[in-house]
Design a protein around this ligand. Structure first.
Ligand code: ADP
Length: 256
């Protein structure tokens, strides 16, 4: 199983464990991702998507079960080690971009490098390289509030990529973008995935966005309810199947 970049075994997440408000958000999930896959996670609001993504990316820790990222079981590390491991292995892209308005675009992109003991020349070179790939090199001295949503999301991608992560975790990455910027972002992610072999795990509620992935899981009530692989399907055929899954699941919710 050497090519598994993520291996999740019997993952359970209980909020308010041993309190009156105890709530099991994820039930015994098993899930594997191979290097170079582009996974999309879908599901109704409140089904456990964010809980899942947080628990497979060291942001939160499972109540029970095992999460191996690149062969390392997260719980075998101390809190400090997890922090370093996260910066080395994972890049995050969020719906709200999560850039700091008090810092320039350059400083925002540089942030994950603060733990990486690099020389300032090297940092500068890396940032300029990645910013030029994303077409925002001319904006590096500006502050996020001086840039458009699409430009800010591209800066967030630069920040996610600056450490050459093994996995990109993207939680509704196009949620605050218009359709032109959304499809541009998806093409960037797809290129990173296809040409550089970066593994991507993305949450989206939008079948069109999901159709850029290579495999889909549909989470409902804390379980993986449906699975779909693109394989030889065209993007349009894959999109249609994703729409079908969503409408079937929605019908079921309506009839309850
Ligand atoms: P999704 O991302 O699919 O909308 P979430 O993972 O945010 O779903 O939430 C799954 C379930 O867990 C929901 O019922 C939500 O109310 C509950 N939940 C999420 N976070 C917490 C928390 N910190 N404490 C208690 N319950 C939570």
């Amino acid at each position: 199983m050497e090519d598994l970049i993520l291996n999740v075994k019997n993952l359970r997440k209980v909020y308010g464990y041993h309190t009156e408000q105890e709530f099991e958000a994820l039930h015994n999930i098993n899930f594997q991702v191979k290097k170079g896959e582009f996974i999309c996670i879908m599901g109704p609001s409140g089904s456990g998507k964010s809980t899942f993504i947080n628990n497979i990316s060291t942001i939160d820790l499972p109540t029970s079960g095992l999460v191996y990222i690149n062969g390392v079981e997260v719980r075998t590390m101390s809190a400090n080690e997890i922090g370093r491991f996260r910066y080395k292995n994972l890049g995050f892209i969020f719906q709200e971009f999560n850039l700091l308005d008090t810092h320039t675009m350059y400083e925002n992109i540089a942030m994950p490098l603060s733990l990486a003991k690099l020389k300032s020349n090297e940092i500068k070179e890396r940032i300029h390289n990645i910013a030029s790939q994303m077409n925002i090199e001319h904006l590096l001295k500006k502050y996020p509030y001086e840039c458009s949503g699409g430009q800010r999301q591209r800066a967030a991608i630069c920040r996610a990529l600056i450490n050459n992560p093994k996995i990109i975790i993207a939680d509704e990455p196009t949620g605050n973008l218009d359709s032109v910027n959304s499809s541009e972002l998806l093409k960037i992610l797809q290129t990173l995935n296809k040409e550089e072999g970066v593994t991507i795990i993305m949450v989206s509620h939008d079948p069109l966005i999901a159709s850029y992935s290579s495999r889909l899981i549909y989470i409902k009530d804390g379980n993986i309810e449906q699975k779909l692989e693109k394989k030889d399907l065209t993007q349009e055929e894959y999109f249609q199947k994703i729409v079908e899954i969503n409408s079937l699941e929605s019908k079921e919710i309506l009839s309850q």
